[in-house]
Ligand binder design. Structure first.
Ligand SMILES: Nc1nc2c(ncn2[C@@H]2O[C@H](COP(=O)(O)OP(=O)(O)OP(=O)(O)O)[C@@H](O)[C@H]2O)c(=O)[nH]1
Ligand SMILES: [Mg+2]
Length: 459
């Protein structure tokens, strides 16, 4: 598969200033020769051009000029894929980019699959698997913190720690295997204990990495928060305040929001997916009934809840507020501007309900910054430190690490319980292989397909 030459549009499909068509593979220069006509006095064909140079000219097909372009020539191995690469920068817009791509395909390239450029970078040793995943994280990151974490992973911070852990396990395995090869020299009890202690340490190291999974997930896919409460409490107003724009309709009519509205906001660097919902009450009609059903569904799937309470409403109504046991939540006591007599009571009301209470006014913006801090504290559990961003495992890493850790623990137990060394070695081999999956030392086609299919075409 690596001997053919692939091509794709690398920029978003839409109108823009420029579009880039990327060609990679052994015949990239020849494909370039077939569709690019250099212009100007110093003009050369791609196959004759010096590496890492840019050339002006036209893309031609059947003798007709398709677009005026710049062509970048980059020869292997100093390229993203480590293969010969030609990048054609043409006019932006779907049609010019498509026409140039068609000319390139007619010139002998094959259309790339999603993620195929990055897959080649991995197969050619330019990146390991964790770094390749970081490329996708980088593209999809929605906040600067997420971007920073992806950048650290791309730079190899996670990979280095994984390699260290893998090397430790391999050393232990080599040690055990050496004793298997010379069966008459049985392993001494203190050597067994020494090895077991080393494996304990490796398991602790894996525990440290595993502890970053939660934050890693939050930064990568965001965290879901349902905004719930009675009709007219100000849920949609709160969504708009947190987003900083007028997304949802706000009105004095109770029952304004009927469908759920989802939007991602950047809260202190964390991507939070807020879901505004229909107010919870006895439904007045079929549509409202469906809206309330959706609200309840959002409530169930949310990882935390902002429960909005209208401070100015009469206290009878407050007393039948719904509580959501087992969910992280913040009571947002809204319309503080209308209830100056209740100022400062938020904390107490929250405590009475067993949650943090924050007074805000969506009208004046009072308390909104404090609410953002409370949200960050609730989901991150403390301050966001730079070194935390250096390693943030994803769910695939978590799964592989958990397997590696369990196998390492079984090996430790085997050593301490004087079990046969064959068994210990088998567990250690499992551990080495599981941890190797993270960086791609051990992989299967299926795993690669799964990872790279999540990329866009052209990446
Ligand atoms: N004075 C004051 N009015 C507010 C505040 N927040 C919201 N309102 C008003 O309260 C009314 C209801 O606001 P919405 O945001 O539509 O309330 P909701 O909870 O989304 O209501 P439903 O979608 O109908 O369930 C509107 O008239 C808002 O202008 C506030 O902090 N102070
Ligand atoms: Mg609403």
């Amino acid at each position: 598969m690596l001997d053919d030459t692939i091509a794709a549009i690398a920029t978003p499909l839409g109108e823009g200033g420029l579009a880039v068509i990327r060609i990679s593979g052994p015949a990239a220069m020849e494909v370039g020769d077939r569709c690019f006509a250099p212009a100007g006095r110093a003009s050369v064909k791609p196959s004759e051009a010096a590496t890492h140079t840019i050339h002006f000219g036209h893309i031609v097909r059947d003798g007709r000029n398709i677009d005026e372009v710049l062509v970048s020539i980059m020869r292997a191995p100093r390229t993203f894929t480590r293969e010969h690469t030609v990048e054609i920068t043409c006019h932006g817009g779907l049609l010019p980019a498509r026409s140039v791509l068609d000319a390139v395909l007619a010139g002998g390239a094959r259309l790339a699959q999603p993620g195929e450029f990055t897959r080649r970078a991995f197969l050619n040793g330019r990146l390991d698997l964790a770094q390749a995943e970081a490329v996708a994280d980088l593209i999809h990151s929605r906040t600067e913190l997420a971007l920073q974490a992806a950048g650290e992973q791309l730079a190899g911070k996670l990979s280095r720690r994984i390699e260290e852990a893998r090397a430790d396990l391999m050393k232990a395995l080599a040690h055990v295997e050496a004793h298997i090869d010379f069966p008459d020299e049985d392993i001494a009890p203190d050597t067994r204990e020494h090895l077991a202690a080393r494996l304990d340490q490796a398991a602790r190291f894996m525990d440290q990495l595993l502890a970053t999974a939660n934050e890693g997930q939050i930064l990568r896919r965001g965290i879901r928060c349902a905004i719930v409460g009675r009709p007219n409490a100000g849920k949609s107003s709160l969504l708009n305040c947190l987003l900083g724009r007028d997304r949802a309709i706000v009105s004095a009519v109770a029952g304004t929001t009927r469908d759920t509205i989802e939007e991602t906001a950047n809260i202190r660097g964390l991507p939070v997916i807020f879901v505004d919902t229909a107010g919870l009450r006895e439904a007045r009609d079929e549509i409202e009934q469906e809206g309330i059903r959706r609200s309840r569904h959002s409530l169930e799937t949310a990882e935390f809840i902002l429960q909005v309470i209208d401070l100015s409403a009469d206290s009878q109504e407050q007393s039948d507020q719904l509580l959501f046991p087992g969910k992280k939540q913040i009571l947002v006591l809204n319309k503080a501007d209308l209830a100056p007599n209740l100022a400062g009571r938020g904390k107490a009301i929250g405590q009475a309900a067993g949650a943090r209470g924050v007074e805000v006014s969506c009208l004046t913006g009072q308390g909104i910054e404090g609410l953002k801090d409370s949200i960050r504290d609730l989901i991150w559990g403390g301050e966001i430190r730079a070194e935390m961003l250096e390693v943030m495992i994803n769910s695939r890493h978590q799964e592989a690490l958990t397997r590696a850790r369990e196998a390492a623990l079984r090996a430790t137990e085997g050593l301490r319980k004087e079990q046969g060394l064959e068994l210990v070695a088998m567990e250690l081999r499992l551990a080495v292989s599981a941890i190797g999956e993270i960086v791609g030392k051990t992989t299967t086609e299926d795993l690669l397909d799964l990872i790279f299919s999540q990329f866009c075409i052209g990446k």
